[in-house]
Design a protein around this ligand. Structure first.
Ligand code: SDX
Length: 371
C-alpha cells in the first residue's frame, strides 16, 4: 500500500526554522519575530538583512561594521563583467544573474569553506546589485556607473542603475520592496537552496539553484508577468473581457493567489501604499486605474487575492526598471533570506531526500526485447 502522496509537498512540514513565520489564518509574516510591515516602516534594508542573518536587529556599531564590509565590495568584479559580456543581451536577466553568481562563487577561494558563509552572504548582497544595474544599462547601450561609497545600499543600487539618485519617494518604495521580498520561509527557491545545502554543497551553488527556481512564473517570475499582463490589457475598460477570456482558457492570472495565504498576502497593503505614492509622484493614475480594475475583477470573478508580485510589478515599472529585470530585483532582496536558510540548514543538517511511489513498468529483461 503506497504512502499518501502530497504532490507539490502541499501542507507538508519539512523542517523547523527560526527565520520567519507565515500564519495563513491571520495573514501575518514575521521575520525573527518582527512583523514585516513594521520592519518596512521603520528599518533600512541592511538592518533587515542583519536581522535575518543574525537573529537580532543590529546595534549601531554592528550595522556600521556590516555596511563597511558591503561598501568595500560594491564594484562589479572584472571577471564577472567579462562573463556577462559573453552573454547576448537577448539572454534573460535571470540567466545573466545565475551566471554571474556562478562566477562570483568560482572566483572565491573560500567557496567551499562553510565557516565563511556569512562573509559570502555579505559579498553576494553587495555584488548582485552592480550586476543587475550593469545588465539593464548594457541592454540600453549605456556605460557602467561606478559605485558611490557615500550612498546607502538602496541609493547606490538605484544610482548604478539610472546614473542618478531618484527622488526620496522612489528610494523609499524600492527599500520597502526589498524588505518585503527578503524572506518567506520554505518557498520553492528557498527550499531549493536548503536541498542543495543539505548535500553539504556550497552556499554559491545553493544560491545559483535558488535563482533557477525563482525564475519560474509560478514563483518569482510572476512580477514581470504581472507587467506583461497589465500591458496586454492596456486599458481598464478592457479588463473584465480580458479576464473572462483568460479564465475561460483556464490560464493563471499572474500576481494572484498563493500556496499558503488564502486570506490575502500580508505584504500587499504595504507595497500597494508604496505604489500609490509612486503613482502620485509620477502622475500615472492610468497605471493605478488598470491595477485596481484587475484586482476588483479578480475579486468579483474568483475571490482570489493578489500576492506581493501584483503591486511590485507596476511599482518597478514606474521606477524605470526594464520588465525583465523585475525578478533579478527579487533576487537582490531574497539572497538575504536564502543565505540565512543556507546557514540554518548547515547548522543542523539532515540530507533532504524524499521517497517516490513507483508506478512504472514491472520488472522485465533485455533478453525478452525483440528489437
Ligand atoms: C510567489 O511560496 C511563496 O512563499 C512564494 C512567494 C515568496 O515570497 O517566495 O510568496 C512568491 O511566488 C508568489 C506567487 C507568484 N505566482 C503567481 O502569481 C502565479 C499565479 N498564481 C498561481 O499560479 C497560484 O496561485 C500559485 C501557484 C501561486 C498557488 O497555487 P496553489 O496554491 O498550488 O493553488 P492551485 O494551483 O491548486 O489553485 C487552486 C485553484 C485552481 O483552480 P482549479 O484548477 O482547482 O479549478 O485556484 C485557481 C486554480 O486554477 N487559481 C488561479 C490562480 N491561482 C489559483 N486561477 C487563476 N489565476 C490564478 N492566479
Amino acid at each position: 500500500m503506497s504512502e499518501e502522496i502530497r504532490k507539490g509537498l502541499v501542507g507538508v512540514v519539512a523542517d523547523r526554522t527560526a527565520i520567519s513565520e507565515i500564519d495563513p489564518e491571520t495573514s501575518s509574516l514575521l521575520y525573527r519575530g518582527y512583523a514585516v510591515e513594521e520592519l518596512a516602516a521603520r528599518c533600512t534594508f541592511e538592518e533587515v538583512a542583519y536581522l535575518l542573518w543574525h537573529g537580532e536587529l543590529p546595534t549601531r556599531l554592528q550595522l556600521l561594521e556590516m555596511e563597511g564590509e558591503g561598501r568595500a565590495q560594491r564594484a562589479m568584479d572584472e571577471r564577472v563583467r567579462t562573463a556577462v559580456d559573453l552573454l547576448p543581451t537577448t539572454a534573460h536577466p535571470m540567466e545573466v544573474l545565475r551566471t554571474a553568481v556562478s562566477v562570483i562563487g568560482a572566483t572565491d577561494p573560500y567557496a567551499g569553506d562553510r565557516s565563511s558563509d556569512y562573509a559570502k552572504a555579505v559579498r553576494l548582497l553587495s555584488q548582485i546589485p552592480p550586476v543587475i544595474a550593469y545588465d539593464q544599462r548594457r541592454r540600453r547601450g549605456l556605460p557602467v556607473v561606478p559605485p558611490r561609497p557615500d550612498l546607502g545600499f538602496v541609493e547606490n543600487f538605484l544610482h548604478m542603475t539610472f546614473g542618478r539618485v531618484p527622488a526620496p519617494v522612489v528610494v523609499d518604495a524600492f527599500r520597502i520592496s526589498l524588505i518585503l521580498y527578503a524572506e518567506h520561509s520554505f518557498n520553492a527557491s528557498t527550499f531549493t537552496a536548503r536541498v542543495i545545502t543539505s548535500t553539504l554543497s556550497d552556499l554559491y551553488s545553493a544560491v545559483v539553484g535558488a535563482i533557477g527556481a525563482l525564475k519560474g512564473p509560478l514563483h518569482g517570475g510572476a512580477n514581470e508577468a504581472v507587467m506583461d499582463t497589465l500591458e496586454e490589457i492596456g486599458d481598464a475598460s478592457r479588463t473584465l473581457a480580458w479576464l473572462d477570456e483568460t479564465l475561460a482558457a483556464r490560464r493563471r492570472v499572474m500576481g494572484f493567489g498563493h500556496r499558503v495565504y488564502k486570506k490575502g498576502d500580508p505584504r500587499v497593503p504595504t507595497m500597494r501604499a508604496a505604489l500609490g505614492r509612486l503613482v502620485e509622484h509620477y502622475e500615472r493614475h492610468d497605471v493605478l486605474d488598470l491595477y485596481t480594475s484587475l484586482e476588483r475583477a479578480m475579486a468579483e470573478r474568483t475571490g482570489i487575492a493578489p500576492n506581493l508580485d501584483y503591486p511590485s510589478g507596476p511599482a518597478y515599472h514606474l521606477m524605470g526598471f526594464d520588465t525583465r529585470l523585475f525578478t533579478p530585483l527579487l533576487v537582490a532582496a531574497r539572497v538575504t533570506g536564502w543565505t540565512a536558510h543556507v546557514m540554518e540548514q548547515a547548522a543542523d543538517n539532515t540530507l533532504i531526500r524524499p521517497l517516490a511511489d513507483y508506478v512504472g513498468a514491472e520488472e522485465r529483461h533485455v533478453a525478452e526485447h525483440d528489437g
